[in-house]
Design a protein around this ligand. Structure first.
Ligand code: ADP
Ligand code: MG
Length: 354
């Protein structure tokens, strides 16, 4: 899949800009606060309709305007597709593919991308919610159904937590119904994440072997909350935790408490990996994520690297640019990195200059 061009209208600090991209590496360089991340954010929107920076879509609309839009032309399996997202100050957004209005969930898997930004470099040592989100975002692009289950789970969880906080004699008998729904969705989510996590790690392993010159072996351990992905076992465990749940006002067991750790030569990366090792592992996970998308969709995804190259040393930088050479990647940076760049664009105060 190739992103041929993107057009932004009143999107953050871009008033009316068009950029054309090539296959290979596209460098977007510019000083701070010029719009580089804004541009990456707008391109990421084609994967799911959602931003990685904020759930508040009103922020996309340029100050003083009442709407914003982002349009992209993609080539996939030899066919061109035009996707457009329109955001409004006082109504919900609209999404069009080839001029036909679609639901947001229909975007998943249509224009897949792998995003890599500096916060992710600390993925391994961040809080568990960061790691769960990383898996959820990746899985949703290859398994849109997973996204629906996750959305449903979050709704059930919110309603159950509401009940736990406001429990009294008359409404408490519905708790078991919520527990059953929670257990059902939770078991699917945990099982899907667990198997994805294992497959992703197997894919990442070959990259880590390469980057570490065969010194490091990567394995993963996904920890399922409650210790089981069996719906009925989980249901019973949740029911048994009733008193704790009522006391805290929160669901204590379920997919929202899962986590994973990675192991380098058998040692927990979360506890023992050096900063350099952590960065190598994340890099390898990103490459593995792209391979998984290619395996499912038959085409390599668009790679979006926001400001990460400058964070990596020369060895890791060369490693990643070698692996994606020839693939389409859009890289933002304060300066033009040595030896990469099939097309170089400059961003200055919301203008894209070739
Ligand atoms: N809705 C908006 N309207 C106008 N400008 C915006 C809006 N949202 C963000 N900006 C501007 O975008 C700039 C930051 O752009 P960003 O892409 O984060 O910079 P960088 O090039 O450092 O990645 C800031 O100057 C900010 O004021
Ligand atoms: Mg930035």
């Amino acid at each position: 899949m190739i992103l041929k061009s993107a057009e932004l209208r009143n999107y953050r600090n871009f008033t009316a800009e068009k950029a054309e991209f090539c296959q290979g590496s596209n460098i977007i360089y510019g000083k701070n606060a010029q719009g580089k991340t804004n541009l990456i954010e707008s391109l990421w929107l084609f994967t799911s309709g959602r931003s990685f920076r904020t759930p508040n879509e009103k922020e996309f609309i340029q100050k003083g305007c009442d709407s914003a839009s982002v349009k992209g032309v993609f080539s996939r399996n030899g066919r061109d597709y035009e996707a457009e997202l329109r955001f409004y100050a006082n109504k919900t957004k609209q999404i069009f593919i080839n001029g036909i209005k679609v639901k947001q969930s229909e975007m998943l898997g249509k224009f897949p991308a792998v995003l890599f930004y500096p916060e992710q470099l600390s993925l391994i040592k961040s809080g568990p919610e960061v790691r769960r989100k990383f898996l959820d975002v990746s899985i949703s692009q290859i398994k849109p159904k997973y996204y629906h289950i996750l959305t449903e789970y979050n709704k059930v969880l919110a309603q159950k937590n509401h009940l736990l906080k406001n429990a009294n004699g008359s409404n408490l008998d519905t708790l078991e119904i919520w527990n059953a729904r929670q257990a059902k969705l939770s078991s699917i989510i945990s099982a899907t994440r667990k198997s994805y996590c294992e497959k992703l790690t197997t894919n990442a392993l070959k990259y880590l072997t390469d980057i570490s010159e065969e010194k490091e072996v990567l394995t993963a351990e996904y920890t399922v909350s409650g210790g089981t992905t069996d719906e009925y076992e989980l249901f019973h465990l949740i029911c048994k935790a009733k008193n704790e749940e009522l006391e805290s006002g929160f669901a204590q067991i379920g997919a929202h408490k899962d986590d994973f750790d990675l192991f380098i030569n058998g040692n927990s990366a979360r506890r023992f990996a050096s900063q350099g090792q952590q960065r190598s592992v994340v890099l390898c996970l990103k490459l593995a994520e792209a391979d998984m998308i290619e395996e499912v969709h038959g085409e390599y995804p668009l790679m979006l690297f926001d400001d990460v190259l400058s964070e990596l040393d020369q060895h890791r930088r060369n490693f990643i640019t070698d692996r994606i050479s020839g693939k389409q990647v859009i890289i933002t940076s304060c300066d033009v990195p040595d030896g990469v760049g099939d097309r170089i664009l400059r961003v200055e105060q919301g203008k894209i200059i070739r």
